[in-house]
Design a protein around this ligand. Structure first.
Ligand code: ADP
Ligand code: MG
Length: 141
């Protein structure tokens, strides 16, 4: 077990629903600390750069349009196995397939508007944390 840092985003649908606090409370009651945070209206370039790995996917344009449709809340979470723990709390990408009690099952409507983002591996966590919090140290192996 190792203390890790991961990047989390509360997407525009969940910010609009006024459930930032409820989602933060899931992190806090499951051993994850918010160690950096900011609310931001992403530009198209911000969102395209962040999701560059999905550039060739058919849903890329819709994903970017959605991510810039309103402000997002961006945070770095820290804790034991933070990357996997956050993914577990988020639930499956498609909220209809997400396990009961997960953030996506409870707060998301569709695969497009699915409430949260979370890094999926140590390498992506490192890249994603520095994308929004340049200079922040990450030691995930
Ligand atoms: P996750 O966010 O669970 O890591 P992915 O990295 O595969 O999922 O995809 C990034 C985001 O792109 C998803 O959260 C979702 O908003 C969107 N997405 C993924 N697959 C689809 C799809 N088949 N149709 C529409 N949107 C999708
Ligand atoms: Mg992903």
């Amino acid at each position: 077990m190792a203390v890790e840092r991961t990047l989390s985003i509360i997407k525009p649908d969940a910010v609009a629903k006024n459930v930032i606090g409820k989602i933060y409370s899931r992190f806090e009651s499951n051993g994850l600390k918010v160690v950096a945070s900011k609310m931001k209206q992403l530009s198209r370039a911000d969102a395209e750069g962040f999701y560059a790995v999905h550039r060739e996917r058919p849903f890329f344009k819709d994903l970017v349009d959605f991510m810039i449709s309103g402000p997002v809340m961006i945070q770095v979470l820290e804790g034991e196995s933070a990357i996997a723990k956050n993914r577990e709390l988020m639930g499956a990408t498609d909220p209809k397939k997400a396990e009961k009690g997960t953030i996506r099952a409870d707060f998301a409507e569709s695969i497009d508007a699915n409430a949260v983002h979370g890094s999926d591996a140590p390498e992506t966590a490192k890249v994603e944390v520095s994308y929004f919090f340049p200079g922040m140290e990450v030691y995930n192996r």
